[in-house]
Write a protein that binds this ligand. Structure first.
Ligand code: HEM
Length: 127
């Protein structure tokens, strides 16, 4: 369980940072051939978030918190997969900004729930 928590937390961090770097490169018009890599990184990030959500439920954290984290991951994934076709034209930047914000929110929610789980484990082992 501890191993799964550590791996999932680090996967969220590493894939999140790499996806962000690639995304910013896309924004500047470079590295566009790496979009499939970016999407794979995003998928691993979301799967890791879902692992954290399951671990949180098993550890007794509020189910609403775990569901919220899982939902942020799901929305980030769905928006990422469909964003090309959303609001085409001059307003597409709205989708791009939304996509960036959701990606950052996904990483942040992983940090939040992963941190809560880690502190629970530390408190339990100190008691
Ligand atoms: C959750 C899975 C994700 C999928 C499926 C996904 C998919 C995509 C795709 C297909 C593009 C290229 C759009 C285009 O240029 O036409 C893109 C761009 C981008 N992504 Fe992601 N992405 C994901 C996660 C993330 C995350 C976690 C971040 C940041 C932490 C992020 C940040 C960006 C940025 C800044 C861009 C460039 C602006 C844009 O085109 O929206 N993405 N993403």
């Amino acid at each position: 369980m501890q191993m799964a928590l550590t791996i999932a937390r680090w996967l969220v961090r590493i894939t999140g940072v790499l996806a962000l770097i690639l995304g910013l490169l896309f924004w500047s018009g470079t590295a566009l051939s790496q979009i499939p890599v970016h999407m794979l990184l995003g998928l691993v990030l979301v799967l890791s978030l879902w692992v954290l959500a399951v671990l949180a439920v098993q550890a007794g954290l509020p189910i609403g918190m775990a569901a919220g984290v899982a939902l942020v991951g799901l929305i980030a994934l769905l928006l990422g997969i469909t964003q090309d076709s959303l609001l085409p034209g001059g307003a597409h930047w709205v989708i791009q900004v939304l996509h960036l914000l959701l990606g950052v929110a996904a990483v942040g929610s992983g940090e939040m729930i992963g941190g809560r789980l880690r502190r629970m484990r530390l408190a339990a082992s100190a008691a």
